[in-house]
Design a protein around this ligand. Structure first.
Ligand SMILES: [Zn+2]
Length: 100
């Protein structure tokens, strides 16, 4: 991920103390801070629509009838959803804790 202002790759996780971060976290976004210019921005941990379409096309071109491949994808998807929910929950807990 790179800074949208200066394009630097030197970014770090920003403090999650801002109330609006709670909403962003629920959408799978994490606040980041650029070490070069100090710009604060959000990085989405969710796939973009383009990435989803590219993956869908790739899966169809690769062996479409492979059950094991489909099951592997289902497990990966379930794990990704779980990881996303866990990340959102952790972010929410941190925000609530820091607001007290
Ligand atoms: Zn920057």
């Amino acid at each position: 991920m790179t800074c949208p202002k200066c394009g630097s790759g030197r970014v770090r996780l920003s403090s999650t103390a801002k109330p609006e971060d709670r909403l962003e976290a629920l959408e799978g976004k994490v606040p980041l801070r650029c070490r070069e210019c100090g710009r604060r921005f959000y990085y989405s941990t969710q796939e973009t629509e383009l990435e989803r379409l590219q993956k869908a096309v790739k899966v169809r071109v690769d062996r479409p009838d492979s059950k094991s491949r489909r099951r592997k994808l289902a497990i990966q998807l379930a794990f990704a959803v779980f990881a996303l929910l866990a990340a959102a929950y952790i972010a929410k807990t941190i925000v609530e804790f820091s607001l007290e």
